[in-house]
Design a protein around this ligand. Structure first.
Ligand SMILES: NC(=O)c1ccc[n+]([C@@H]2O[C@H](COP(=O)([O-])OP(=O)(O)OC[C@H]3O[C@@H](n4cnc5c(N)ncnc54)[C@H](OP(=O)(O)O)[C@@H]3O)[C@@H](O)[C@H]2O)c1
Length: 339
């Protein structure tokens, strides 16, 4: 296996977790960490054992040794930063949501294909063994015909106008940040919904504090999906069918224990301890794809990211979630001057 040299773009909270996981990823070399501030990059590189630190994102993409860049900046920068990497000839693993809207994603897919570069959304949940097992249990008919999915993700974030959760210029709000997980789960398990309804509580900046989604799948499953930045909710998921139900305990999107309840049988607990912190599986997939010369993952293809983004666009239209014009654009990448 060829060693893949990773670059980190933005040394914030999630980059820390990803760097920890990279240490446990076979075939991954922790090569360079880049931050807007050189000292911050240096501290991060030292903490996680990267070979070098780099000040500035433009300098990172100009480094000839970097193979792939993990983008860990706030949502509204994903488009501009992915574009920066692709134009410089670098493969990309970009944090979720991969862009703000489907139009931006479409433009990036076109660019990645033109440049023949790998691009994938870092939807880590998709790669977790427990989540994959849930889908298999459903396909195997263990709980019969699936009638409902209930999934929530709520965290009580104290108000801070500058924080990315509340700042409209950073595409704040519940849906794009945490509501994406239950929506992802519904699409992964049941495909594109035939009916989609949503309602949000917005604040004065027109970003959503709470969003509730009802999606009906082609096979007739009703999905009740909730997200909020105003309360610590149970963060559990339950899939119920005609023969039983599957329960994913707190932090369901990174399940360690899964409970299977089949009518007439004892509860069965299935354990899925991660190798590191769970982020290693998406990194392993990127390393595998690059080693096999693939420009897309067949596990998390760009067509899936597009379906997810299109559903979020529809939900935003229904609920009125609105962001300032510049961050929605494909022509004037917001923050381009801050690279
Ligand atoms: N997969 C997951 O489980 C997970 C969890 C949390 C977050 N995320 C995703 O990761 C992304 C980043 O989230 P985070 O929680 O890591 O954010 P964060 O801690 O605020 O870090 C964001 C980083 O973005 C960079 N940045 C560039 N321009 C910025 C600006 N104008 N304002 C603020 N930061 C700027 C900064 O990098 P410098 O170091 O260069 O200053 C900062 O360290 C989000 O898109 C989020 O959806 C994913």
């Amino acid at each position: 296996m060829k060693q893949i040299k990773w670059g980190i773009l933005g040394c914030g909270g999630i980059a820390q977790k990803f760097a920890e996981a990279l240490q446990h990823t076979e075939g991954a070399t922790l090569y360079a960490a880049a931050a807007r501030d050189g000292k911050r990059a240096s501290a991060f590189a030292h903490q996680w054992g990267f070979e070098k630190s780099i000040q500035g994102y433009r300098a990172l993409v100009s480094d000839p040794e970097v193979d792939i860049i993990y983008i860990a900046t706030p949502h509204s920068y994903h488009y501009a930063h992915t574009r920066l990497c692709l134009e410089a000839g670098k493969h990309v693993l970009c944090e979720k949501p991969v862009t703000i809207n489907a139009g931006q994603l479409d433009a990036l897919i076109e660019l990645a294909r033109k440049k023949e570069l790998f691009m994938m959304e870092a939807m880590w949940t998709r790669f977790l063994p427990g989540i994959i097992r849930v889908k298999e249990m459903i396909s195997d008919g263990l709980i019969g015909d699936v009638v409902t999915l209930d999934a929530d993700f709520g965290i009580n974030f104290p108000f801070d106008a500058a924080h990315r959760i509340y700042n409209p210029f950073l595409a704040g709000g519940a849906l794009l940040d945490i509501g994406i997980y239950p929506l992802f789960f519904a699409l992964y398990l049941f495909g594109e919904p035939v009916v989609l309804k949503a309602h949000s509580i917005l604040n004065e900046s027109m970003i959503d504090l709470t969003t509730s989604i009802i999606a009906q799948s082609k096979s007739g499953t009703i999905c009740n999906l909730q997200s909020t930045t105003q309360a610590n909710t149970p963060v559990k998921a339950r899939i119920s069918g005609t023969k039983g139900y599957i329960e994913l305990a707190q932090w369901w999107f990174t399940p360690i224990d899964i409970a299977l309840h089949i009518e007439g049988k004892d509860e069965q607990i299935l354990a899925f301890p991660p190798i590191s912190n769970g982020y290693e599986y998406e990194a392993m997939e990127a390393v595998r794809c690059l080693n096999e010369g693939k420009t897309e993952s067949n596990i998390m293809p760009l067509s899936f990211s597009m379906m997810l983004m299109q559903q979020m666009d529809k939900i935003r239209k229904m609920t009125g979630i609105t962001y300032p014009d510049p961050i929605e654009s494909v022509d004037i990448p917001y923050g381009w001057n801050e690279l």
